[in-house]
Design a protein around this ligand. Structure first.
Ligand code: HEM
Length: 420
């Protein structure tokens, strides 16, 4: 659908649309929520020149419709792909996020077993330590790009720790592969090939290493997530080492970019709202959780996930045909005025019960596995940064061109250098 009545351009299929400022996207989504909550769009312009998107897609932009799609897994399947773009090979690299029940339930059950309270406590201790170590290095500098210095560094190191890696070369290898995931569209990686090949290459590197490590940990478990997952059993089932490897590639993709871009938005939002930052810091333990949820609501790092209709059905007054792509735009539903008061306003006083945002999904069985850990990481980063990098001033966010990732490429900043 393209409506260009002089004020609103709804052509979500074109990269040109996504190259516009984010405020323009929000104008479009507001218009769609009010006028066409479920709308048909032509096949998206392919991100990868070697691939053609064969089909158009339905855009779902309202909160309750997204909840319906997300929770109704018999009608809306994840197994055909989760991006608006067709990336067939890529989707087999994304482990159980591209499966439906019963396989999804089984795989998620096995991984869930590894997330015991004791293990989660260990991961959260590791997270706080890693954040502290990174800020130890960055705080004395006084200026730099916070994406490069902090936001990409933190999840990369956390992820390497989860794999139980201590060798610095191997840590760097994992971080480079994870970085490559985030930059599939970046010309810097064009020597590897098309965006799909960039992504596939990163996935293969991580999965191969994880398989190797999983074999070792099956024999000799360590105290890390990879060992816990390799050992975990759910209703008598275990993952094969190959499945563990692919799952770790999914984790690298799922955990790195999201947390990284979210933190960049947190820093930009608080820079624009210093009074709200002061309010949070006055009682950090009591207020940080709501503040982080508010940042995630206003700036969800993942703008959409997709499902495929398994049969003809009705949604928002439209007839969806079996096999149609159905795209859930979280970037829109998080500003749905039927659910959120003053939806475009950043307000850290918005308490949890008034902020059931969909940054982590619409509440179906694929709801983000790492949501607690992600929030814990953002909280640890906020604390270290705002208590140690005094007079922090950040510049404009340089945004990534993408129809999927609400990404920040660069965030220049200055602060008072911390004295050693
Ligand atoms: C701010 C950070 C994050 C955001 C906004 C986010 C968002 C999401 C969303 C929207 C989904 C898909 C929901 C759906 O399809 O219905 C998802 C799935 C997933 N996320 Fe996250 N995520 C974040 C961080 C993480 C972290 C840190 C991890 C790992 C430790 C993680 C692991 C996963 C996994 C494994 C899935 C697939 C779950 C499934 O298919 O059952 N995520 N995430």
């Amino acid at each position: 659908m393209t409506i260009t009545d002089g004020t609103v351009n709804t052509n979500l299929s074109r990269l040109k649309f996504w190259a516009q400022p984010r405020s323009t996207h929000h104008d479009t989504f507001r218009w769609l929520r009010e006028n066409k909550p479920v709308s048909w769009h032509e096949a998206p312009e392919a991100l990868d020149p070697n691939l053609d998107n064969a089909q158009g897609f339905w855009s779902v932009v309202k909160y309750r419709d997204i909840q319906h799609v997300s929770r109704n897994t018999e009608l809306f399947s994840s197994a055909e792909g989760v991006f608006v773009d067709d990336f067939p090979q890529l989707e087999t690299m994304l482990s159980f996020i591209v499966t439906d029940a019963p396989r999804h339930t089984e795989m998620r059950g096995i991984v869930g077993v590894a997330f015991t309270p004791k293990n989660v406590f260990k991961m959260s201790e590791d997270t706080s330590r890693i954040v502290r170590e990174i800020i130890d290095r960055v705080a004395p500098k006084g200026e730099g790009d916070l994406c490069h210095l902090i936001t990409k560094e933190v999840p990369g190191r956390i992820f390497a720790t989860f794999m139980g890696i201590t060798d610095p070369d191997q840590i760097q290898y994992v971080m480079d592969a994870a970085e490559q995931f985030a930059c599939w569209n970046d010309p810097e990686y064009a020597h590897i090939g098309s965006p799909l090949q960039v992504f596939a290459d990163a996935s293969l590197k991580l999965a191969t290493l994880a398989i190797e490590l999983a074999k070792e940990r099956k024999e000799k478990p360590g105290d890390d997530l990879l060992s816990w997952v390799a050992q975990a059993q759910y209703e008598g089932n275990k993952m094969t080492v190959e499945e563990v490897g692919v799952f770790f590639a999914l984790l690298a993709a799922g955990a790195n970019d999201t947390t990284r871009h979210s933190m960049a938005h947190v820093l930009a939002l608080f820079d624009q709202n210093p009074d709200q930052l002061a309010y949070v810091l006055e009682d950090f333990d009591a207020r940080a959780d709501d503040a982080i949820n508010e940042c995630l609501r206003l700036e969800p790092p993942l703008m959409h996930f997709r499902r495929t209709a398994t049969q003809d059905c009705e949604l928002g007054g439209e007839t969806i045909k079996k096999g149609d792509k159905v795209v859930m735009w979280y970037i829109s539903s998080n500003r749905d005025g039927e659910v959120f008061e003053n939806p475009d306003t950043f307000d850290v006083r918005r308490i949890a019960k008034h902020n059931p945002h969909q940054a982590f999904g619409g509440g179906g069985p694929h709801y983000c596995l790492g949501h607690m850990l992600a929030k814990q990481t953002l909280k640890a980063e906020m604390w270290e940064i705002y208590t140690r990098m005094r007079d922090l001033k950040v510049g404009e966010r340089e945004m990534l061109l993408s129809n999927f990732m609400n990404g920040v490429k660069r965030l220049p900043a200055t602060w008072m250098p911390e004295k050693r």
